[in-house]
Design a protein around this ligand. Structure first.
Ligand SMILES: [Fe+2]
Length: 392
């Protein structure tokens, strides 16, 4: 996490006696990464966070995957994925490899308390609103928010509006953080970064919930486990450190533009072991007199590219089955680019001075190892997608 925050009550020094009004000691917990050697947070619990009453198995269904063989581009309609369920147990697997699992859910009910013990999670809110309750406090989130949830942060999703919450989820096997090139050696966002500290929303106050015998669902390398705790884990009166959940809205991403077409890394928002996440947002059109304002054909020879369209209106293959909520999946080994019709029309419109803003919004997840198809992709993919590449 980029910078230090402190919330609620914390003692004047770490690891010293810190007492409750009744005279008892608060229970200090260090949530740390890389074995006490990297970012961490210190949390002060009213009750012992270790007080486990029971441990049972959580059977996580739908984890099986199918290789993308023969190798094909895919078009997945996430809006055809069944609606309902919660943001934890209801998520449907779209794709995965050794580094990341990508899923989608249309959540219409509160999730159980949950944490991922394998790595950070990125939630992207396509639509709907929710309150994300965490051991660090709550975040109110809405359309086009990214939510970065640190490894092992206990949390739950509570939909708050009339409509369900549509979430694209990336479960990393490591940290998810801003690209290194956008932060200083000490972690401050640099001047050329497309976003900075002021754009990130952390919890504003501690969240205290009373409860006994409370279940927490834990995802880990061997599967799922449910811990039943003697007391509700939301008993933290204060915390500080560099490790905490935060939200960042796509519309706060300041695009980097040029006279000629800029490559996808100019839209990168986050990096993680084995993959990156980009935030494509509306931006001023290129301005070289002979600019080609749609992407060139490209072969991502060492990455699979998942492009989740939030708003497909200005995309280079718009009108060819690609609408809001669709995912184009262009794997390593498949050369892809704009549809010829879009290329010609875009250039003509540019030459006629008709385009000032390119309006596409999308979240791209590029993985450096091949992805396999999850059951939700198999259930909702467009079998005619390959045909859109003929004569194009
Ligand atoms: Fe691409």
């Amino acid at each position: 996490m980029p910078f230090y925050r402190s919330l609620g009550q914390v003692p004047h020094k770490r690891h010293v006696q810190f007492r409750k009004p009744d005279g008892g000691l608060y229970r200090e917990e260090l949530m740390g990464t890389e074995g006490f050697s990297s970012d961490s947070a210190l949390l002060y619990h009213t009750y012992a966070p270790t007080d486990v009453v029971a441990v049972t198995t959580w059977d996580i269904d739908g984890r099986e995957t199918t290789p993308n063989h023969p190798l094909k581009p895919r078009l997945v309609h996430t809006h055809k994925v069944d609606e309902g369920g919660d943001a934890v147990t209801g998520r449907r697997l779209l794709a995965s490899n050794e580094d990341v699992r990508v899923s989608y859910v249309v959540a219409d009910q509160p999730s159980p308390l949950y944490r991922n013990a394998m790595g950070d999670e990125m939630y992207f809110v396509e639509s709907g609103t929710a309150r994300v309750e965490t051991v660090f406090g709550a975040l109110e989130v809405g359309p086009r928010d990214f939510v970065i949830m640190p490894t092992s942060a206990t949390h739950r999703w509570v939909p708050t509006g009339d409509e369900p919450v549509r979430l694209l989820i990336a479960e990393s096997n490591g940290g998810i953080r801003p690209p290194k090139r956008y932060v200083s050696k000490s972690g401050q966002f640099l001047e050329h970064s497309p976003y900075c500290e002021r754009d990130l929303r952390g919890p504003a106050e501690p969240l205290i919930v009373e409860g006994d015998d409370v279940d927490v669902y834990v995802r880990h390398r061997a599967g799922g486990t449910i811990y039943t705790y003697a007391h509700h884990p939301f008993d933290v009166v204060g915390w500080d450190g560099h490790l905490y959940p935060y939200a960042f809205n796509m519309d706060d991403y300041e695009p980097i533009i040029g006279r000629i077409h800029q490559p996808p890394p100019t839209f990168q928002a986050f990096e993680a072991p084995g993959f990156v996440i980009c935030s494509f947002v509306p931006h001023k059109v290129e301005y070289h007199p002979d600019a080609v304002i749609v992407p060139y054909n490209h072969a991502n020879v060492d990455s699979d590219e998942l492009m989740f369209y939030v708003d497909a209106a200005g995309g280079a293959r718009a009108g060819h089955g690609i609408d809001a909520g669709t995912i184009t999946w262009h794997p390593a080994g498949f050369i892809h680019g704009p549809h010829t019709n879009e290329l010609e029309m875009a250039v003509q419109a540019y030459n006629a001075g008709m385009i000032e803003i390119k309006n596409m919004r999308a979240v791209m997840i590029d993985t450096f190892r091949p992805l396999e198809l999850g059951e939700a992709s198999l259930a909702s993919e467009d079998s005619d997608y390959l045909a859109t590449w003929r004569n194009a």
